[in-house]
Ligand binder design. Sequence first.
Ligand SMILES: NC(=O)C1=CN([C@@H]2O[C@H](COP(=O)(O)OP(=O)(O)OC[C@H]3O[C@@H](n4cnc5c(N)ncnc54)[C@H](O)[C@@H]3O)[C@@H](O)[C@H]2O)C=CC1
Ligand SMILES: O=C1[C@@H](O)[C@H](O)[C@@H](O)[C@H](O)[C@H]1O
Length: 345
Amino acid sequence: MGDLLGVAVLGAGHMGADHVRRLDQVVSGARVAAVGDPEAARAEDAVAGLDGVSLHTEMEAALDAPGVEAVLIASPGPAHEEALLAAFARGLPVLCEKPMAPDSMGALRVMEAEVRLGRRLAQIGFMRRYDAEYRQLKALLDSGRLGRPLMLHCTHRNVSSPPDFTSEMLINSSVSHEIDAARWLLGQELTAVTVLRPRASAGAPEGLLDPQFVLFETEQAALVDVEVFVNCGFGYEVRCEAVCEAGSARIGEQHTMLVTTRGTAGEEVPQDYLVRFADAYDREVQAWVDATRQGRVTGPGAWDGYAASVVAEAGVAALESGARTAVTLAPRPELYGPAGLCHAR
Ligand SMILES: NC(=O)C1=CN([C@@H]2O[C@H](COP(=O)(O)OP(=O)(O)OC[C@H]3O[C@@H](n4cnc5c(N)ncnc54)[C@H](O)[C@@H]3O)[C@@H](O)[C@H]2O)C=CC1
Ligand SMILES: O=C1[C@@H](O)[C@H](O)[C@@H](O)[C@H](O)[C@H]1O
């Protein structure tokens, strides 16, 4: 490995271009060695002003480019399995944006491929684990000060959804973050899911079931509810309240600058994830680079990606059937160690 970890970025859209900028300008210890995107213009735009980056429209060529020692996958979800397997075949460590794979069988194949390798190479981009407020809440729950957690009340609102967004994606794209955050905060797997929906908002595109109300049960009988509303029109709002036996704690109501103008006073509301979670993405990628340089994986891994895909798939089934749907996970492979314990049990 050179002085700087050479990273190939696959996918140069919203997230990929932002990660290229982050690797180049924010993160230490790494450099962008190659960018792969079937749309050449996207890759060119993403690397404008950068030297020494090779551009590719074929993903395998990007992985095989000179100087590539690790991969950051930011292509659309359906492309992740192939990219992860190609990286594993080359022994390359990977940071893969969520979802690890959009369907549970794809996620299982990825996890099994890593298990066959016998060493961990994949980190999945559940960046909330690197957000300062989420980390504070996790530390509080783990300390046991509030007693056992009983409920998480979560809110996940986007100003608007991309044009191709489907009703299923409210769960397997948006709520996938709450699925991972709940598993991590509580140190428990999610065991069942029910999805209710109020009438669709007039602000939602025709046919999109938006908002939805998703209720998860956990293995130790806690409940996690999520209001997901991806065309709310007013702000990017992500909140979480943990209710425990001896207290509660709320995050996501950051108080920033108070602005008074023309007879009103208030705070600015972030309009998207790139603003709300900017620090979290920075810390996530820095932690991945640091761990990769030490030959380790320290963030959410393939087991977490697999579990999230299985729970999301059950959520989509629950949305379609209107019925409570059980979650069935394959046994947890030894490679991923014991399940995360929450001290507040
Ligand atoms: N962690 C987070 O908060 C967020 C994560 N994401 C995730 O990031 C990934 C990318 O999302 P966006 O950047 O919003 O999508 P996007 O549509 O803006 O960009 C995707 C890019 O990938 C390229 N592409 C298509 N097929 C490809 C392939 N086989 N190999 C390489 N590149 C390919 C497209 O040409 C496009 O430039 C998704 O997995 C998404 O779920 C997206 C938004 C926020
Ligand atoms: O991951 C993300 C998007 O893919 C998803 O579509 C949004 O709803 C989330 O807020 C964002 O964090």
